[in-house]
Design a protein around this ligand. Structure first.
Ligand SMILES: [Fe+2]
Ligand SMILES: [Fe+2]
Length: 177
């Protein structure tokens, strides 16, 4: 129940109270270099808020763990959904994406696989839903390190026992926001 409420709160916050404050901007400057900041600001206001909240949840989950270097994990959290930036999705599109993939997953997959950034409405929004990790990885290539690129590319993959700890933490933080 707590997780459900946390997710509802995160959604409402990202829709209605998504303005960045001074602490958010300072956090971005601490962990993203100039080119990464440009990528971050190409996200919609809603996705900027979501990405910052994911990074803050990563910070909470890391707690006192000292074996994990937080810097690349914060970078990945801040940029994990950057592949959605070119889509300019509205709330309605996001609801349609989630409903389609929940109710008719084989058809959603079929259409997503035949979609691109320029195809018709359904194939386009389903394409972005399924492939934004890969698109995001392509966007950060040559800008962020390979570790960050890997985390972005695989943030929606199913858990596997040999995966890097950072990926498990990023996925958990994303699911809480
Ligand atoms: Fe994502
Ligand atoms: Fe996300």
């Amino acid at each position: 129940m707590n997780i459900f409420l946390a997710r509802v709160w995160a959604l409402l916050r990202s829709i209605f109270w998504n303005k960045l404050n001074d602490a958010d901007v300072a956090f971005l400057r601490d962990y993203l270099h100039k080119q990464e900041q440009i990528l971050f600001y190409s996200l919609s206001a809603r996705d900027q808020r979501h990405s910052l909240d994911v990074a803050y949840t990563v910070r909470d989950l890391l707690g006192k763990r000292t074996k994990i270097n937080p810097d690349k994990l914060y970078k990945a959290a801040l940029l994990h959904d950057v592949g959605k930036a070119p889509a300019r999705l509205r709330i309605r599109d996001r609801v349609c994406q989630a409903l389609f993939f929940t109710l008719l997953p084989p058809l959603a997959d079929y259409l997503a696989d035949r979609g691109s950034e320029t195809t018709g409405y359904w194939r386009r929004i389903l394409f972005f839903y399924k492939y934004h990790p890969r698109l995001g990885a392509a966007l950060v290539k040559g800008i962020s390190g390979n570790d960050v690129l890997y985390l972005i590319e695989h943030h929606h993959d199913a858990y596997w026992s040999g995966e890097p700890k950072e990926l498990t933490i990023l996925r958990e933080a994303d699911s809480l926001n």
